[in-house]
Design a protein around this ligand. Structure first.
Ligand SMILES: [Zn+2]
Length: 304
């Protein structure tokens, strides 16, 4: 189990719209007719998916409440739950303030591509700049994904045990709003995948908010000069990496003890044996070393 973002196959938008609208009479009729006559409903579904998907203009999602004015950290900290509920759209409130997860492929921000679009992704709760379009990549998960935040002041990381196995949660450092999670299977240069809910973000295109862009570019340049080519690396919380490192360490120990036992018992024929036998004999040593390296790497990501 890796995360919610990788579970299940993402549903194409037209089907999702039909499921959401299941309460209205037309959809109820379609549901009943699909049960009674699968072939005719399949033909209808074909028509539905063949219909051109209406394109939402970037920056004007119909589900989004008007962009909030920038909130200072103090203003955000003193905002009550009722005020947040009033200020945000129901979807944004559910994600930002209730740690919810939006359906995959539901965000118009998935259409924004690094290299084609330039600008900054800001927090939908407080307008704090968080990620640059240039750090976005297509992860195939259905959620907007980035390999690095704007800088170390953009986000906070904490541990989340909602799926039993620990995950590293990403929050807006300014207002504390929940944005998503970060995983270790991202692309270079950081190897991180910040998997975020699009409804928790806004996209401000270059040239539309000059003050914001200047501030954002200054911060990005400072961060780059600190981290050089490695990009911004935010240290993982120790509690998030400890269980994984412990499992790797224990398995590594078991493999190494097995190998050591074989050596002391004089069972090892080593390279004197035929090819495949030699490889098999050294397999526990290789696995032990690999897992020890993996455990050390996980610990290092928290202690950096
Ligand atoms: Zn925020």
């Amino acid at each position: 189990m890796k995360e919610d973002a990788d579970q299940g196959s993402p549903m194409p938008p037209p089907q999702r719209r039909r499921l959401r609208g299941i309460a209205n009479p037309t959809s109820t009729f379609l549901l009943v007719s699909s049960i009674l006559a699968p072939s005719s409903s399949a033909a209808f579904a074909g028509q539905q998916t063949a219909m051109p998907r209406p394109r939402t203009a970037i920056g004007s999602s119909p589900r989004r409440s008007p962009r909030l004015a920038a909130l200072s950290r103090d203003e955000a900290a003193t905002k009550t739950d009722a005020e947040w509920r009033q200020a945000l759209s129901p979807e944004a409130y559910d994600v930002l303030r209730r740690d919810g997860t939006e359906p995959p492929n539901s965000s118009y921000l998935n259409d924004i591509k690094a290299g084609t679009d330039e600008g900054a992704f800001t927090c939908a709760g407080c307008s704090s700049p968080l990620f640059l379009a240039s750090s976005k990549f297509e992860s195939g998960t259905g959620w907007p994904s980035f390999f690095a935040p704007l800088d170390g002041d953009a986000i906070d990381l904490s541990v989340d045990f909602k799926l039993i196995l620990p995950r590293t949660e990403v929050r807006c450092k300014n207002c504390g709003g929940h944005l998503g999670h970060v995983f270790d299977d991202g692309p270079r240069p950081t190897g991180k995948r910040y998997c975020l809910n699009g409804v928790a973000l806004d996209f401000v295109r270059d040239g539309t908010d000059l003050d914001l862009m200047k501030d954002t570019m200054d911060r990005a340049q400072r961060a780059a000069s600190i981290e050089e080519a490695g990009g911004v690396v935010v240290t993982q919380p120790l509690a998030a990496v400890l269980p994984g490192a412990a499992v790797d360490g224990i398995l590594s120990g078991l493999f190494l003890v097995t190998f050591a036992h074989k050596v002391t018992a004089g069972d090892l024929r080593g390279f004197g044996a035929a090819g495949p036998v030699a490889v098999l004999e050294f397999f526990p040593l290789a696995m032990g070393a690999f897992l020890a390296f993996s455990a050390a790497r996980k610990l290092a990501s928290a202690l950096r």
